[in-house]
Design a protein around this ligand. Structure first.
Ligand code: 8YV
Length: 313
């Protein structure tokens, strides 16, 4: 009997093979394809291993009368309708913590690349312009910058710790003030933006954070301001961000996440003050392996009646 449904075109071959070896499985590219599975297969599915960012809602869950768990490959589960799952008695799990370092690393990497114009430097060397034209224009010092972390959760904390190693003046917003070593708490993102050079967005995705970094926050950041986003494209007012970047009302951005990935707004690629990454924050071999293992562990625990390792609901 097929117990597991693997759902997600972005599963790598080895990840899929590991799941298929562990349990009799069926596979679909995304939630939209679930209805095409035959009824007998759907009836046996107890667990879904999910990977991706396509919406997975209650209607799709209803196709599986024996469904007990949706195990998400990723810490962010904004694609999954958790309220709909809870209403059906379906557990949701995610993969927190194992990716904190990678995502924090890429935030700092984009910050350095943006400040030090490393993409321009790379192009300058590759094109041969270095020999023809000499040095690139001077750029901006990273160490000692003032930074505002939007959301001091698990990943935000790792980012802040790295910023501390760069002797930065650290500010943060979060639901409540945290115990921090001399960092400045703000209850309001607009007030924080006015006090710092860099905003690093480390919020959870989902309905409650849509447009959290608003036009007002972007305006408050000002012409020396840089926005780094490793969370979700939804957490910033993307239209306002593009306008500000195009008009030089902020200095630049480093972005690993966008609306409508991977078909991002073409206005981004026309800009020369941004560092753009293809949502690869957690994308090291080591971390993706750990995420896949945690997903499988949650499925295994559910199917053998043990406690879930990282439950969401
Ligand atoms: C993705 C992520 O899960 O964990 C998250 O929330 O955004 C990423 O690590 C990864 O791209 C697989 O979809």
């Amino acid at each position: 009997m097929t117990e597991l449904l693997i759902c997600g075109a972005s599963f790598k071959e080895d990840e899929r093979a590991r799941l298929e070896t562990a349990y009799p499985s069926a596979y679909v590219d995304g939630p939209d394809d679930m209805a095409s599975l035959d009824e007998a297969t759907r009836a046996g599915i107890k667990a879904i291993a999910y990977k991706g960012h396509k919406p997975f809602g209650g209607e799709a869950m209803d196709l599986f009368p024996s469904l007990g768990v949706v195990a998400n490959y990723g810490v962010g589960y904004d694609a999954i309708d958790v309220a709909a799952a809870s209403a059906r008695g379906v557990k949701v799990t995610n993969t927190p913590n194992v990716l904190n370092d990678d995502v924090a690393d890429i935030a700092i990497g984009m910050l350095i690349a943006q400040f030090r114009t490393m993409m321009r430097g790379e192009a300058h060397v590759r094109s041969g312009d270095w020999a023809k034209q000499g040095e690139i224009p001077l750029n901006r010092k990273v160490t000692g910058a003032s930074v505002g972390i939007v959301g001091l959760g698990r990943i935000g904390r790792e980012i802040a710790d790295r910023c501390a190693a760069f002797k930065m003046d650290i500010h943060y917003t979060s639901r409540s003030e945290k115990e921090t070593p001399g960092w400045t708490y703000h209850s309001d993102v607009v007030a924080m933006a006015a006090a710092v050079d860099v905003l690093i967005i480390a919020l959870v995705g989902g309905a409650e954070t849509v447009g959290h970094v608003s036009k007002a926050a972007i305006d408050a950041l000002g012409p020396r301001g840089v926005i780094i986003n490793i969370s979700r494209g939804t957490t910033v007012d993307e239209g306002a961000l593009l306008d500000a970047l195009e008009q030089g009302r902020i200095a630049g951005a480093g972005l690993d996440v966008f609306l409508n990935e991977p078909n991002i707004d073409p206005r981004f690629t026309a800009l020369d003050n941004v560092v753009l990454q293809p949502h690869q924050g957690s994308g090291s071999v080591e971390t993706r392996r750990a995420m896949a293992e945690l997903q499988l562990e949650n499925i295994a625990n559910f199917l053998s009646g043990k406690d879930l390792v990282t439950p969401v609901n």
